[in-house]
Design a protein around this ligand. Sequence first.
Ligand code: GUN
Length: 285
Amino acid sequence: MVAKLLDGKQIAKDYRQGLKDQVEVLKSKGYTPKLSVILVGNDGASQSYVRSKKKAAEKIGMISEIVHLSEDTSEEDVLSELERLNNDDSVSGILVQVPLPKQVSEQKVLEAINPEKDVDGFHPSNIGKLYIDEQTFVPCTPLGIMEILKHADIDIEGKNAVVIGRSHIVGQPVSKLLLQQNATVTILHSRSKDMASFIKEADIVVSAVGKPELVTKDMVKEGAVIIDVGNTPDENGKLKGDVAFDEVKEVASAITPVPGGVGPLTITMVLNNTLLAEKMRRGIE
Ligand code: GUN
């Protein structure tokens, strides 16, 4: 078997066209969605992510700004910047890029975002809503993964899904979304024993740990669907997934590449959630 390539770039392109059309409709009603991104410090990867988000927002007709604060900004100053954006009626969605410098508590900052502008879905009240199956902002990478599975017509109900990694950004929320669609979900993490035996039983594998070549051909069941969230730069700056792509594609039925798999969908879902935030606060739909 040679796996079908799950082309995140193409799926994202089509999805963004749909968002662009919806932005136009909102604009004709006098509302322009605006995404504000707070970036603290000079981490190269974070700078590149936030620039991509801004560019993507502008490309579909939204307004976007990056509030770039220096590495030594105090927690108090980050919180007051956040308060300003919370109260700014022109701002639909707010995102604080993580990680934050050590003097700034991530928990305090994420809790200070107005939950109605929390397009990352990181605020505790939005996380809580997700866990009791209420409609809410859902974190963008998990949402993007579900869109890839939906687009590829992959049956989830009753399937064994193994999620590798238990982060609050990806592993745990994507597990919840798979559970909502009636998969039998196993979460593997750094203390799990005999990971390979669980992966071997999986119909769907989502790997989100940031360890290149963690998932190899011998671990994967014939016909499994593989979603690779890893994006670790190698010594030449080339992004590497968690999955040994060239060998695993020989046994999987479908697989995401890195780059060009999950990444483009994450950004797309930031835009999706910004549009949703604008619609919700204007009482549209
Ligand atoms: N850092 C890595 N991924 C993310 C994300 O999805 N959102 C934010 N805000 N920061 C991140």
